[in-house]
Design a protein around this ligand. Structure first.
Ligand code: SF4
Length: 204
């Protein structure tokens, strides 16, 4: 099975606890005003990604991690991961089999996800849930974009009192061997101004 992916990075510390492989799904129907990733709304954008090839890339990233930078998990962002529920459940199951945790950033609330009868949800350890509301924007709560959003610890893998959950947000600028620059992490205004996105009209 393939799924629609915007992009992924092999390791970041800015998208959840520890070092994590992070992937951004393509496609979101929720259309929150002020969303920092509107280029990921259209289901026609991004690339069709084979799940076996993605799992191989995750395994390579896991094996290549330097001492002290072991991959703790995989984060799904977007786009809306739960709108590609079946494919993401298949990925999440294999991530768990590799001994890593699964974190998901979703615009749906936990109740909405449960009502969708999600196949992905049972594999999720950590969930950031709720629409982004620009009037409630915050930079103070880790991994949270607006005050209405909720961080759920859904399994025993994480403790709500984990001190990492109260560290400051940060952004990362990643440069690969081809010279491609990728900015991940919290969308601070100064970061967005310094690295403006090139969004085509047909991506909105
Ligand atoms: S759910 Fe997330 S990706 Fe979708 S519009 Fe809202 S903030 Fe953007």
């Amino acid at each position: 099975m393939d799924f629609q992916m915007a992009f992924c990075v092999d390791s970041t510390e800015a998208e959840g606890p520890g070092h994590r492989f992070a992937l951004w799904t393509q496609g979101c129907t929720l259309a929150c005003p002020g969303c920092c990733n509107p280029e990921m709304w259209s289901e026609k954008g991004g690339n069709s990604q084979s799940i076996p090839e993605l799992i191989q890339r995750i395994q390579r990233a896991q094996a290549a991690a330097k001492a002290g930078e072991t991959l703790e998990g995989v984060s799904f962002l977007g786009g809306e991961p739960f709108e590609q529920d079946e494919a993401l459940a298949l990925i999440a199951k294999q991530v768990k089999d590799l001994g890593m945790t699964v974190m998901v950033y979703s615009g749906f609330s936990l109740d909405e996800i449960k009502a969708r009868d999600s196949q992905l949800l049972p594999f999720v350890d950590l969930l950031v849930a709720g629409r982004y509301v620009k009037e409630l924007r915050t930079t103070k709560r880790r991994w949270i974009g607006s005050e209405n959003q909720v961080l759920h610890c859904l399994t025993s893998a994480y403790d709500p009192n984990d001190p990492r959950f109260s560290e400051p947000n940060h952004a990362e600028i990643l440069l690969n061997s081809k010279g491609d620059l990728t900015v991940v992490g919290f969308p601070f205004d100064k970061v967005m101004q310094a690295f403006p996105k090139k969004v085509k009209k047909d991506e909105l």
